[in-house]
Design a protein around this ligand. Sequence first.
Ligand code: FAD
Length: 459
Amino acid sequence: MTDSYDLVVIGAGSGGVRAARMAATYGARVAVVEEFRVGGTCVIRGCVPKKLYVYASRFHDLFDIAPSFGWQVEASFDWPTLVANKEKEITRLEAAYTANLEKPGVKIIRDRAVVTGPNSVRLVGEGRELNARYILIATGGRPHIPHIPGAELGITSNEVFDLPVLPRSILIEGGGYIAVEFATILAGLGVDTTLVYRGDCILRGFDQDMRRGLEAGLIDRGVRLIYQTTIASLARQGDEVAATFSDGVTAPFGAVMFATGRTPNVRGLGLESAGVELTATGAIAVDAFSRSSVPSIYAVGDVTGRAQLTPVAIREGWYFAETVFNDNPQAVDHSLIPTAVFSEPEIGVIGLTEPEAATHGDIDVYLARFRPMMNTLSSRTERMVLKLITEKDGGRVLGCHILGPGAAEMIQLVAIPMGMGASKADFDRAMALHPSAAEELVTFKAPSYVYRGGEKVGG
Ligand code: FAD
């Protein structure tokens, strides 16, 4: 038997759910096929559980400074309680996502889908074929696992949330945001944490002050950093895993986690049979409207390798539905995307870094570095950093980089004036809110240093 739909969405994650729901709202007959759990990476094993675990880990710092405010705290941590409560919350969200799909009439099919042609999808479990006027591929990505001997002994972000017991120690390989976030989480929960990275500093591509500030913060919290090194092999050693590094050193760890990037989920999807072209990095190649090389097949979210973030996948899914089912073509602007790293200290950034901005012309850099007020009664010396990069002489704000408490929340709001093309003068016009860290952004007087003709002057 063959079922016919206006739209078959493969993957009920951030992008797929939004696209399916919007298309159904516009009157399309929609089916979404999901092989795991409705909600996708973000809800089930990404942003949401991660942020909950970040909150859990932050009690460590709070307990640390509590005596400076007169509190005496005797604390202990129970991992199974956190895992169980996390599970309850993501199950609640999964149900809410399911209801949001079913309300406008989206048919949810729990199966694995394979594309068999420009207008056909096969359900692997049921063996049934679906006809589709349009197919939307929203299959996301999966953790990349290095091809090394013993790699199967390692875990990834997929497994770390549900470990039966918290390991004594962990080795995390990687230098991106997932690696540093889990280093923060696990160290905060009391796990002896080592991070090994092939580069010479974490968070490649981020502003240098953010990178060095977080590096110091991690070290301060007991995270061991090993640079310019990789894991060459893993082997079982009793209850532990022995990691041999590229320099020949071997050491045992309670667990080893790979956070070495994510790969677009295209394997076994049957894209070749439909003639869908991929990019050099193995993502689905799409145009500004998320259309692939096959006119009836679109793709949104991580599988397109544009910006691997939930709000971006959601926006791409929404604009796909606008374009195809509401006769309102919309292209997503990927140029000003606020980004956070939920590490300790936290990072929030938007726009250009100094080296990027300096290639666009002369720029001014305003920099504030100070102890967050929360720490001033304790012996903690960690600094907060706020940086504003503008065109010369108070022109347009090109970049904003914040390291410290509340950075993510601040940068979301900075995204609004920056999206409107705000200048330094617009920021200055705002009345300061005191006492806050964010007031630094509207009270900068003279630049801390400038770039003229691409060269740094002063500072
Ligand atoms: P996904 O949400 O990954 O959904 C894809 C779905 O497709 C999955 O449910 C999968 O099971 C299903 N699927 C795949 N193949 C098939 C098939 N053949 N048949 C049927 N179903 C299939 N982003 C942020 O913005 N902020 C964060 O703080 C953040 N933290 C993260 C932390 C971690 C640990 C990870 C891993 C990711 C994080 N992300 C974060 C990224 C975010 O989760 C992704 O960008 C987002 O989920 C992408 O949405 P998507 O719709 O493209 O794919």
